[in-house]
Design a protein around this ligand. Structure first.
Ligand SMILES: [Zn+2]
Length: 298
């Protein structure tokens, strides 16, 4: 477990996930009060709490979720056991799933099989602990604040948080992944994914003119606006290739090859880390299922 300073008010915790670090960045924003963004699943939360202890954090007032996927949010119940005064903020479409995670759990089990055991115990949290976020809302922490911006696409319940003092944008998975420190960005878009919403969300994020992009998988990156515009170009390219693939009746594997051919980021990622092929496949599947849905409606 390690912590890294992002700005005067913000640290990133890298708590190990099944022995691996660099999987999920949990951000700690400290004014007079403290917010924790995406504490992760129950298997990671003990490391997050240990890091908070090391940072001298005794109380957490706000747990801010970028979305309610299990790898970001499933350990909230354990955070609340340690910090009973905290409120959990999420998109209104995520509230019911946070109270009763059984549907999200079933969907994850279908996608990942028994691997979801790695998340640790999945439990709902009491409804009275949840605050449904309002778009544009400001979470005031005393001296520092987080501004909520709805950024759907990766999921319908995705939202980002902007911290204006350090011009930091906490985008969750809405601005893609930057795996393995390779300097590449790649979509995180398993089905159900909506690339039209995703690009609208990118416009909202770009309009904030952030300086540093803090993403979940993984790390914080300067030159945020360039990251976002590179990523937008990539989303539009994948959307076009997926839609052409569906029109031409190409399989996922055939379309994957057109993506490797057309996208230098995907090519670099897979050549440096062949295991990333599965990530590119599942992300492309989200684009293709959206393209099929569009085609079926024509
Ligand atoms: Zn996610």
């Amino acid at each position: 477990m390690s912590t890294q300073r992002v700005s005067d008010d913000v640290n990133m915790i890298d708590a190990p996930y099944h022995g691996r670090t660099g999987v999920l960045g949990t951000y700690v924003v400290a004014g007079e009060k403290v917010a924790v963004i995406d504490p992760g699943p129950a298997s990671q939360v003990p490391g997050v709490i240990e890091a908070l202890d090391r940072l001298g954090v005794e109380e957490v007032s706000t747990i801010a979720l970028t979305h309610i996927h299990l790898d970001h949010a499933a350990g909230c119940w354990m955070m609340l056991e340690r910090y009973p005064g905290a409120e959990v903020h999420c998109h209104p479409k995520g509230v019911d799933h946070m109270v009763d995670p059984s549907k999200i759990e079933a969907a994850a089990r279908e996608a990942f099989g028994d691997k979801i055991e790695e998340y640790g115990e999945i439990r709902g949290i009491p409804k009275e602990k949840l605050k449904a976020s309002v778009d544009g809302e400001r979470l005031c922490l005393g001296g520092v604040e987080l501004q909520v911006s709805y950024t759907p696409g990766h999921s319908i319940h995705s939202q980002s948080y902007y911290e204006p003092r350090g011009r930091l944008l906490f985008a969750g998975d809405a601005a893609g992944h930057t795996p393995d420190n390779l300097g590449v960005v790649i979509p995180a878009s398993p089905p159900p994914y909506n690339p039209v919403q995703a690009t609208e969300s990118l416009s909202r994020m770009e309009a904030l003119a952030p300086s540093v992009l803090c993403i979940s998988h993984f790390g914080f990156h300067g030159g945020a606006v360039k990251w976002l515009s590179d990523f937008r170009r990539q989303v539009l390219l994948w959307e076009r290739l997926a839609s052409e693939g569906v029109e031409e009746g190409r399989t996922l594997t055939e379309t994957y090859l057109t993506v490797l051919n057309g996208d230098p980021f995907a090519r670099k990622l897979v050549s440096k880390n062949p295991e990333a092929k599965g990530h590119v496949y599942s992300s492309l599947a989200g684009f293709m299922s959206y393209a099929k849905w569009v085609k079926a409606r024509k």
